[in-house]
Design a protein around this ligand. Structure first.
Ligand code: ZN
Length: 61
């Protein structure tokens, strides 16, 4: 007995690299005074969020 397992394979398969770093789309907010870094919240500009440590203005990093 001879069985032919001749299955056609789709050759258009690309290995998708799903590698996510720690940096999200929002990035980070850094304090201009003490250097404290917090994750940036979507929809809220860093400049509108005072540093939780010292209360200074934060900027987007
Ligand atoms: Zn600060």
């Amino acid at each position: 007995m001879s069985s032919n397992l001749d299955k056609e394979r789709p050759t258009g398969v690309k290995p998708q690299q799903v590698g996510r770093t720690g940096l999200g789309p929002g990035g980070m907010c850094k304090c201009s005074s003490c250097g404290n870094v917090i994750p940036h919240e979507r929809g809220t500009p860093c400049s509108k969020k005072p540093c939780p440590k010292c209360g200074s203005v934060m900027y987007r990093e």
